[in-house]
Write a protein that binds this ligand. Structure first.
Ligand code: SF4
Length: 365
């Protein structure tokens, strides 16, 4: 093991066991990301798994993902939902349908619903607020993932009862960000994340590993920034090229690099909920399980009706594309148990949030 790697790992391990961990030096994050095959990777993964057990225990939180619209006004080069993709059959669920599906999700014993869409302004401030209020009555914790919106939208939805918001930074490299997301800047996105924190959302972010033009320094910077912002959740997954986009011929992100980024994120943000992403499970048949053994503690089963799910094509060949929601739930529970872990029964709120409030009954707060 290289001395520089060993020292970085020791510093990270000590820091991760403090009550209030500090932000790791970027050089240490970078050094950990360069873990080589064999002993270094093994040591990194073992440490991440221990820190995961120390901070968030053996429970795995299930968040039911409902993709209710694949319309998007943006044109991100890596994403199949981009407005220019005319090959995609678009769908948009009526608000009443979303509420009805939420009821079904609740009956399947999920405690959290993640409402996700492209940036679709057909769902205005009041419509989304109504959906949130209706779902809130069911006692589900509500995560929104609707992209960049105005501060007043975020405020209204928080007041309506949303608990969490997920907005991946995608990449913190400002030049790359502007190139991959035409018309948008990293500053725009980061401002949204600051607003969400300010409004008291449990804030999730994340990045992609293996984006064309991305360097290892960029991944280190993404993790450092998320740690500085003290995000409550960080979704890290590989870039998967979509042939319906301008990046269709680029190579996909590497599974081992992705797993290293998850493990380093656990050391840099020991308090955070880290999903074993669907994209990781898509590029490797054991991807999600491997991520759960390397720092992750959340899985987001896709409960979107099958006929819509196949049209929510950010990337192709998504895993479990044709599995019905109740089958997904049973399947993932079995996989979690096979790893010696257990499915969490509570809401799985952010640790910082739980410090302030006890878990509440019936979703009321
Ligand atoms: S990444 Fe998000 S904002 Fe960009 S095109 Fe896809 S859905 Fe729209």
């Amino acid at each position: 093991m290289r001395p520089s790697f060993k020292k970085a790992l020791q510093r990270a391990a000590i820091n991760a066991r403090k009550l209030r961990p500090t932000v790791l030096y970027k050089e240490d994050i970078l050094s950990l990301l360069t873990a080589s095959d064999g002993k270094e990777m093994e040591a990194l993964f073992n440490e991440a798994d221990e820190v995961r057990a120390f901070w968030v225990g053996d429970e795995v939180h299930l968040r039911a993902l409902l993709e209710f619209s694949n319309y998007c006004i943006r044109d991100c080069l890596y994403c199949g939902l981009r407005a220019s993709n005319v090959a995609l059959k678009r769908y948009r669920m009526a608000p009443e349908k979303i509420v009805e599906l939420a009821r079904k999700i609740k009956s399947m014993d999920f405690n959290t619903i993640v409402l996700q869409s492209g940036e679709d302004f057909a769902y205005d401030r009041d419509t989304v607020s109504w959906i949130i209020r209706e779902i809130k009555k069911m006692g589900l914790a509500i995560t929104l993932s609707l992209g960049e919106r105005e501060f007043e939208d975020y405020r209204a939805w928080k007041e309506a009862g949303a608990h969490r918001y997920l907005l991946k930074l995608e990449t913190s490299d400002t030049v790359l960000h502007a190139r991959l997301r035409p018309g948008r800047t990293f500053e725009d996105r980061f401002q949204c994340l600051r607003w969400l924190k300010e409004l008291g959302y449990q804030t999730g972010s994340g990045n992609m590993v293996g984006l064309p033009g991305q360097s290892l320094e960029t991944i280190a910077n993404d993790i450092a920034l998320m740690a500085e912002l003290r995000v409550d959740m960080a979704g890290i997954g590989p870039f998967i090229p979509n042939p319906e986009t301008p990046l269709g011929d680029c190579p996909q992100g590497d599974i081992w690099m992705t797993l290293k980024a998850v493990a380093v994120a656990r050391l840099a943000m020991p308090w955070a909920h880290l999903p074993a992403t669907t994209a990781t499970g898509t590029i490797h048949p054991q991807g999600r399980e491997m991520a759960l053994q390397r720092g992750a503690n959340v899985v987001m089963p896709d409960v979107t009706p099958v006929e819509n799910r196949k049209e929510y094509r950010i990337y192709p060949n998504k895993m479990c594309l044709f599995d019905e929601a109740d089958h997904c739930r049973t399947c993932i529970e079995g996989k979690i148990r096979a790893l010696g872990r257990r499915v969490a029964r509570g809401y799985g709120h952010a640790l910082a949030f739980q410090d302030q409030q006890t878990e509440y009954a019936n979703g009321g707060r």
